[in-house]
Design a protein. Structure first.
Lengths: 371, 416
């Protein structure tokens, strides 16, 4: 199964029964898979008129009680950003997969890239913290989609899966466990008395129930700054309360959210920080470097956002250098630099997209860092 | 004063339908949106539908604020995206009745693509479009429906673009119920919304409305009352009109009425039809088979009908007492207002072209409730229309006496 299909299967396994999408290479296969599977599993697929409509439909569907997902890539993701902001502001759980392709603009529609890393976090205007996950294989496309749904349900945020064309079109073995072995966070709908019903609770925590349309609570939600009733309150003071909550419900729970994969990081001189398809290319460079006697560790970011500030900070000063290969002009490397506090060297191994790195380039960077 | 407002909020006939804790609203004195919201609330009450199963979705702008004032599940979305959000709500839970209430800039400008596609799919939505020819919230810019030559803040020398005729647009896109009224036709708006609430498929109700603060002022068209009088004079009731002939010129005639009302399978019915062929009788959507869903819908329809009958019975009782109290004031016994059906209405009116009609309409609006009494009488030589519109709202107080006497205008009715 390829990565795109695994995304659709992961969504179904997580209980997603509503999918609104718009065709765009290289993500279309996910929509096709979902459309094919929908009738037999009692789900609904709709191809909307554009990406603006797709993400908007998800917001409606989420408040009407469904777990829902869409998939896209760069140009479509750009169109979605406004309503990703609305989803963040209205604390709407939904999942968006971005199967990245080369940009900017129409760029390289059929070729790989990792150029939307910053857009995933900073795309929508205003301040809101995001969760973004980055699978490196079709198996992880499945696993992380389930994980994305669980995080989005608990924290009530849009969660973004940042995969790429290579993983999306890569065919590998995908093990789908029996349903009872998949950890799924169910939708938590409010069921208490009407007078106590609040769509929001601004306490910088997750775990608050949704209110479902049709349950008689007459909720109101808006993209305006609002109070816990959901009513607009357009003051600087209320803005502070809302924005702080949106940021801190992710930032202050970062330790619970962040997942990393480490290999021989302790005692390493050089640590390669990578993610997605690039981490699999880096494996070859790391193995070759170790053969040359260089103490190299690997730190793979499974969770991209929130960023693993703490771990990089801990390692900074202990390691000589961080080597950061990525298929963009240098995006996550800035985060690594920020968290290294100047105590370790940070080397960017960038690539303008359209292909994966040559492992030799990463190996050269490791050698250079070790000098 | 504060106690009065409290009392008003608790005693208002609209409490339970509108969020009285959010009053007063933001709309300007003379704006048509308030009347439209009242007409909508009245329609919901009369329709018998379960208010718990009603969701109202708005976009951005003055009309976009409607969602914030109705006491139902309500979603205030981003600019232009009300229809796709509503589509998501409807598809995620087909039991819900979903109403989109927004302005023409939101629905046909930035959100135009969604409008035509929802109409094309015959998505089971009711779209109420307040058309005031301007972007009010941002200060009166030109919109896709602003008539040519009209002044807007971004067309200071007159609009040189061609406007949309919305009934034509939605008809061409595939809408299955299309009506147009003005905000003066509160009773007709209520009736149209009631009809839409009883039917399936994509319903589009356009309401021409005065933006007193911007459009009227810039174009020197007077205030809200002048415009209502204008609507009285310039509207032509034409049920079943060809939507190609519904264009609006600057201060020209406005064709109103119910233009389209036809049956066509909705999006979800089309999905069901396809999937049952594919999967067989076991086909389920969200865990429910088609017969299960149909049984539920039927039961709900019966409950709605029962509630509606109860509401109408109470209203009739009230109406009888009111009419008997008023009629003695009139000189002659009033003839019953003609209640022609859409198709026959045009013929009926045309026949009367030679005859002369006197219509006295008294529209009275207190706080949030609308009561319209119309007495139509046939007289000898001319058509006379007298309208008294009175409105008392929390923020506004508008009194209007509109008088009109024309010789030829053959079509002049206050209700169908």
């Amino acid at each position: 199964m390829d990565g795109d299909h695994a995304l659709a299967e992961g969504a179904l396994a997580a209980g997603c029964r509503f999918f609104a999408g718009y065709p765009i290479t290289p993500s279309t296969e996910t929509a096709e898979r979902f459309a094919e599977r929908a009738p037999e599993v009692g789900a609904l697929f709709i191809q909307m008129e554009d990406e603006l409509a797709s993400i908007a439909a998800l917001i409606g569907a989420a408040w009407a009680g469904q777990k829902c997902m869409t998939v896209t890539c760069g140009p479509g993701f750009s169109l979605m950003t406004e309503n990703i902001g609305l989803a963040a502001m209205t604390e709407t759980p939904l999942v968006i997969a971005n199967v990245q392709r080369g940009g900017p603009s129409t760029g390289l529609p059929t070729l790989t890239a990792q150029q939307d890393m910053m857009q995933a976090k900073y795309g929508p205007h205003g301040d809101n913290a995001m969760i973004a996950l980055c699978p490196d294989s079709p198996q992880e496309c499945f696993d992380l989609t389930v994980e994305a749904f669980n995080l989005s349900e608990f924290y009530r945020v849009p969660v973004i899966i940042l995969t790429d064309e290579t993983v999306g079109h890569m065919h590998e073995k995908v093990v789908i466990p029996p349903a009872d072995q998949i950890k799924v966070v169910p939708r938590n709908n409010y069921s208490g008395p009407k007078e106590d019903c609040r769509p929001y609770k601004f306490d910088s925590k997750g775990g608050h129930p949704m209110v479902r349309a049709g349950d008689g609570y007459n909720f109101h939600i808006t993209g305006l700054v609002h109070n816990e009733m959901g009513y607009p309150v357009m003051t600087a003071d209320q803005g502070k309360i809302v924005v702080t909550h949106l940021m801190e419900k992710i930032n202050s729970n970062a330790d619970d959210i962040i997942r990393l994969e480490e290999d021989q990081v302790e005692g390493a001189d050089i640590v390669v920080v990578s993610y997605g398809i690039t981490s699999r290319i880096a494996v070859k460079a790391i193995q070759d470097a170790r053969k040359e006697g260089i103490k190299v560790g690997s730190l793979r970011l499974i969770t991209i956002w929130p960023f693993c500030e703490k771990r990089i900070s801990e390692l900074s000063g202990k390691v000589k250098a961080f080597v950061v290969p990525e298929i963009n002009y240098g995006q996550m490397v800035r985060e690594v630099e920020r968290c290294a506090h100047g105590r370790s060297e940070v080397i960017s191994v960038n690539h303008c997209g359209g292909a994966v790195h040559d492992p030799e380039v990463i190996l050269d960077a490791i050698r250079k860092a070790n000098k | 004063m504060s106690t009065d407002i409290k009392k008003f909020k608790s005693e208002s006939p609209m409490s339970g339908v509108l969020r009285m804790d959010r009053m007063p609203h933001i709309w300007c004195p003379g704006c048509g949106i308030g009347s439209e919201v009242n007409a909508f609330a009245e329609a919901v009450k009369r329709s018998g539908i379960d208010p718990k199963k009603l969701v109202v979705v708005s976009g951005i702008g003055c009309t976009g604020r409607v969602a914030g004032y109705v006491d139902f599940d309500s979603i205030h979305t981003t600019h232009g995206r009300a229809i796709p959000v509503a589509t998501g709500v409807k598809l995620a839970n087909p039991e819900l009745t979903v109403v989109v209430f927004s302005g023409e800039g939101d629905l046909t400008g930035i959100g135009g693509n969604h409008l035509i596609h929802a109409a094309r799919r015959n998505m089971d939505l009711i779209v109420i479009c307040n058309n005031n020819f301007t972007y009010g919230m941002t200060g009166g810019q030109v919109t896709p429906t602003t008539p040519s030559t009209a002044i807007a803040s971004t067309t200071p020398y007159g609009n040189y673009e061609y406007p949309f005729s919305l009934p034509f647009l939605v008809d061409a896109a595939g809408g299955t119920y299309i009506a147009r009224w003005t905000s003066m036709h509160a009773r007709n708006v209520t009736q149209s919304i009631e009809e839409a609430l009883q039917r399936k498929g994509f319903s589009f109700i356009e309401i021409i409305s005065p933006c007193t603060t911007l459009y009227l002022r810039r174009n020197r068209l007077g205030d809200g009352v002048d415009m209502l009088q204008d609507y009285q004079e310039k509207t032509i009731l034409k049920h079943g009109a060809d939507t190609r002939e519904t264009a609006i010129d600057f201060q020209g005639k406005i064709v109103i009425g119910k233009f389209v009302d036809k049956d066509k399978p909705t999006y979800l019915e089309a999905v069901d039809k396809c999937c049952i062929k594919l999967v067989g009788d076991d086909y389920q959507l969200y865990g429910k088979t088609i017969p299960e869903r149909e049984a539920e819908a039927k039961a709900e329809k019966e409950r709605v009908a029962a509630r509606r009958a109860a509401v109408l019975a109470t209203e009739e009782k009230k109406a009888v007492t009111k009419v008997s109290a008023k009629i003695p004031v009139k000189k002659a016994p009033a003839k019953v207002t003609k209640k022609a059906k859409p198709k026959t209405a045009i013929k009926a009116v045309a026949k009367k072209a030679t005859a002369k009609t006197t219509v006295k309409a008294v529209a009275k609006k207190v706080a949030a409730k609308t009561t319209v009494k119309a007495v139509a009488k046939k007289a000898a030589a001319k058509t006379t229309v007298k309208a008294v519109a009175k409105k008392v709202a929390p923020k506004t107080s508008v009194k209007a006496v509109a008088k009109k006497a024309t010789a030829k205008a053959p079509v002049k009715k206050t209700r169908k």
